[in-house]
Design a protein around this ligand. Sequence first.
Ligand SMILES: *Cc1c(COP(=O)(O)O)cnc(C)c1O
Length: 381
Amino acid sequence: MLKIMTPGPTQVRENVRLARSLETTNPDLDLEFYDYYKDTCLLIGELLHTKNEVYILDGEGILGLEAACASLTEPGDKVLVIDNGVYGKGFADFVTLYGGEPELYSAEYTEDINISNLGSFLEKHHDFKYATIVHCDTPSGVLNDVSKICPLLHKYGILSVVDSVSGMFGEPLYIDESKIDIVCGGSQKALSAPPGLSFVTVSEAAMQIMENRKHPISSFYANILNFKNYYENKWFPYTMPISDIYGLRAALLNIKNDTSFQDRHKVIGDATRKAVQNAGLELYLKKGYSNTVSVIKVPEGINAKDILDIMKNQYHIMIAGSFDVMLGKVIRIGHMGENSNTEDVAETLDALTKTLMDLGVKLKGNLKEHFLNSLKELPKV
Ligand SMILES: *Cc1c(COP(=O)(O)O)cnc(C)c1O
């Protein structure tokens, strides 16, 4: 059996898989399902510290990003696209697709967004309807401090859209306190359910903007407004994937019942990064590390594909390369959700040590030993 240690999709616990095999009802006609859906949305809101509306959409994580842009953007709208990573920059495509005019605020891909630089920029340029920002930009693993960025945007009356698909749950996210208008999440990252679902949290202000548009939203499937009043009207825009939502609920409860979930992410993230550096390898980032994924530079003279192939074929562990501007330059270990445990990360680092040695890389000791030693110095979780 292959062990999945990629930064999403992640491993799926047995109780989540079993929940997906339960007998189902007709989710359009059975009124009880509307309560089940609503309770599941409330659970997401509780875990993400928001009283905003939450909607589960039937589509992989990308759907949430597209739905946010489709629902907010009107022709000619100016949108600030905060770009310090591949997903960050990618938002510009959705804005353009729906007739908006993206303006990129580009910063180094090797560190998190500097708040005071962004503040100075906003002082002079703040004529935007909304801004997009990625919480954890997974290809580089950079973590942006949305708890500082979004209140700053709010101060200038700019709505915020945050992609936290690979940040949420593993990293703290206080949506209401941080004044975030729309947050996008997905099932297959730290939540550790299979891919297939996205969800969005939507503030009152964002909902009003959608309702008071001059032009109708140019999409049906990506139209967030279609979900408004689903509960009162007992009507969903399309038939809900009931088995996926059973699985999602089980995965949410796994997190709710695991009181050290987020602390464990921090400890495992810290220890993994220390292990990488102590063994003489280099992290891609200079600062702004997410505890959900570690991104390691490919040592000179070897290539990423060989590392991934040996890891998979010889040691039966799947880690990931990266894409776009990071293609071939880095390898990534996803230690989020179910993957975030000492045994699996230790086994992965042991296999990575052997793989790199097979390829002729000189390391300072075994990554696994460094990892376990670092764990001894960190709080127990
Ligand atoms: C995984 C992910 C998504 C969802 O899209 P994919 O199709 O899995 O790429 C969106 N945003 C981020 C930051 C992600 O990590």
